[in-house]
Design a protein around this ligand. Structure first.
Ligand code: A2P
Length: 284
C-alpha cells in the first residue's frame, strides 16, 4: 500500500460530538440520478486500508416496535476514495424500499453515519501478479472500488495501460465515473505525485444497455464479438500481459469469470496472487 499523505487526526478537528458508535461525520453529498448518489465523510485517524477494499457502513435502524431497542443497520460498501485521502468517499444506489439506502439517500452534510473501520477485500493490487495492462470491469455502482484504484499511484506504477469499462442501463448512471476520470486530468496533486500526464495511461470505455449513448451494449457481448478490443486498440486478454478486476452484478461477474477462464486467466486472492480478482457490487 502506498501512503501518500498522513491521515489527518480527525479527533482533533472541530466537529460535532459523535452520538453513534463508530460515528463519522458527512462532509459532502452529491446526487447523480434518482437511483445514484455519492458522499464523503471524515476518516478515523487510525484507519488504514488498501485502495479497492470495502468496509461496513450504515445508520441506526428504526426502534423495535415492542422493545423500543435500536440496532445498527450495516452494509458492505467499497471505499471509493484512495488510501491516501484524508476523507472517505462512498458511491451508493438508492433503493426506495431498501432497509438502509431508503434512509441513507437523505443524509446531509453534518449528519453522522456508522463506519466499522475494518477494511477487507480482494480487489487489491496485492492479489495480482505483475503485468503490462490492467482492466477494471464494472457495472452500475461496481465502479466504486475503481474510483479508489484510479486515484491510487500504485495503479500507474505497476501498469503501462489502465482500461476501465463501465456498463450501465442509462447514460446518467455514467456521470460519476466520467466526472471522476475527467477530474484526474487537472488534479494538480495527483499529476505532481504520480507524474505529469499519468492519466494518459487510462482508456475509458463506458457503455449503456437501455438508453442511447455513443457505445451501446453489454461489455461482455462487445468483447465476444471483438468490437471492444477493436475500439480500444488492444488484443483480447491473455495471461502474459493482462490483469483484471471485476465488480458488478452477479450475472456479470459469473459471465466474465467464464470468459476469463477461456482466455486462460486464473483467479487470484490475497494469499495467492494470479491474473484476475472478482468482487460483487454490494447492493441494498
Ligand atoms: P442489461 O440492461 O442488458 O440487463 P443492473 O442495474 O441490473 O445491476 O445492471 C447494470 C448493467 O449491467 C446493465 O447495463 C445491465 O445490462 C448489465 N448487465 C447485467 N447482467 C449482465 C451480464 N451478465 N453481462 C454484462 N452486463 C450485464
Amino acid at each position: 500500500m502506498t501512503e501518500m499523505t498522513p491521515v489527518t487526526d480527525t479527533a482533533t478537528a472541530p466537529k460535532a460530538v459523535p452520538a453513534l458508535p463508530d460515528a463519522q461525520t458527512v462532509t459532502e453529498v452529491k446526487h447523480y440520478t434518482d437511483r445514484l448518489f455519492s458522499f464523503r465523510c471524515t476518516r478515523p485517524a487510525s484507519m488504514r486500508f488498501r485502495s479497492g477494499e470495502f468496509v461496513m457502513i450504515g445508520l441506526m435502524g428504526d426502534p423495535h416496535p415492542e422493545t423500543g431497542k435500536v440496532k445498527p443497520l450495516l452494509r458492505a460498501y467499497s471505499i471509493a476514495s484512495p488510501s491516501w485521502d484524508e476523507e472517505l468517499e462512498f458511491y451508493s444506489i438508492k433503493v426506495q424500499d431498501g432497509p438502509l439506502t431508503s434512509k441513507l439517500q437523505h443524509i446531509k452534510v453534518g449528519d453522522e453515519i456508522i463506519l466499522r473501520p475494518k477494511p477487507v477485500g480482494t480487489l487489491v493490487h496485492d492479489a495480482l501478479l505483475p503485468g503490462k495492462r490492467i482492466w477494471f470491469f464494472a457495472t452500475g455502482t461496481g465502479f466504486a472500488p475503481f474510483a479508489s484504484l484510479l486515484r491510487e499511484p500504485q495503479t500507474y506504477e505497476d501498469y503501462d495501460e489502465v482500461i476501465i469499462t463501465h456498463t450501465c442501463r442509462e447514460a446518467g448512471e455514467l456521470t460519476y465515473g466520467r466526472d471522476l476520470i475527467e477530474a484526474l486530468k487537472t488534479d494538480e496533486l495527483l499529476n505532481e505525485v504520480i507524474g505529469e500526464g499519468f492519466w494518459k495511461k487510462i482508456k475509458y470505455y463506458p457503455t449503456t444497455t437501455r438508453e442511447e449513448s455513443p457505445k451501446m451494449g453489454r461489455i461482455t457481448d462487445l468483447m465476444k464479438t471483438g468490437e471492444a478490443f477493436k475500439d480500444l486498440g488492444v488484443p483480447p486478454l491473455n495471461p502474459e500481459s493482462d490483469r483484471a478486476m471485476i465488480c458488478g452484478n452477479m450475472a456479470f461477474n459469473l459471465e466474465l469469470k467464464d470468459m476469463f477462464e477461456e482466455y486462460g486467466l486464473v483467479e487470484g486472492a490475497n494469499s495467492n496472487p494470479q491474473h484476475y480478482v472478482v468482487e460483487k457490487a454490494f447492493l441494498d
